[in-house]
Design a protein around this ligand. Sequence first.
Ligand code: HEC
Length: 58
Amino acid sequence: MTAACTAGHDDALAISHIKSRGGSFYETRVAAKAKGPESCLLCHGPGKIADIKVMHGQ
Ligand code: HEC
């Protein structure tokens, strides 16, 4: 999700938001995996507070 979403959302605020929620930048797969899964869909999944489909439809 970090890789896909930062293609567009790449300002400092967006990047710090993503980093603080488990997103990894320029890390090895092993290091990224060790941090555990990205938590993005807790808030950005369907029907959640920042549903991606709803946000991109605005
Ligand atoms: C605790 C809830 C929560 C989690 C977890 C979360 N987000 Fe968000 N995110 C939000 C909210 C709320 C917004 C603001 C939505 C709005 O603009 O109203 C937001 C905004 C964003 C934006 C738009 C920023 C901009 O450019 O304005 C991006 C991109 C984003 N999140 C990506 C991610 C990614 C990738 C992850 C996982 C690594 C993630 N988020 C995890 C709640 C969350």
